[in-house]
Design a protein. Structure first.
Length: 149
């Protein structure tokens, strides 16, 4: 494979990863607990909304830093893959760094969601799951992101 082909493949892989990450973020509004529709649907109290917002705001700096680090590690991997003089072990080590940052980001996101779910009652969690499914289905049917409320 020529250097240009390798660079193109690498660019496609990195772009696809970025699109997937953006798609995951775009599934629903970041602050669903502030949506009047969702608050009414779930019967969220003002205290619950405030608590959910505190959890989100506390996690946000670490999420942003993890995204930044992941993008930087992926960019470094792209450069390595495009360099035909690099040793395979160097690419392997960089892949490990990319996966470690991806894992850190995932763990931060999952813990944030876990903490948020602990604020909700079982009925509210069920309602939230149904709302998210509806939003995802509507977006898939329309081929667009749901409108922020």
């Amino acid at each position: 494979m020529r250097l240009r082909d390798v660079a193109l493949v690498t660019l496609v892989v990195v772009a696809a990863t970025a699109v997937v990450a953006a798609g995951e973020q775009g599934r629903r509004p970041h602050r669903w607990w502030q949506s009047a529709d969702v608050k009414a649907l779930l019967e969220l109290t003002d205290e619950q909304s405030a608590t959910l917002d505190r959890i989100y705001r506390k996690a946000l700096p670490k999420l942003r830093e993890s995204y930044r680090r992941q993008n930087a590690e992926e960019a470094a991997l792209s450069q390595l893959v495009g360099d035909m003089d690099v040793e395979e072990i160097d690419v392997t080590r960089q892949i490990d760094r990319v996966e470690a940052t991806r894992s850190e980001l995932s763990k931060t996101r999952i813990l944030m969601v876990f903490r948020m779910h602990r604020v909700l009652t079982e009925t509210q969690r069920d309602g939230l799951d149904q709302w998210m499914k509806r939003e995802t289905d509507e977006r898939g049917a329309a081929g667009t992101r749901p409108r922020r409320r």
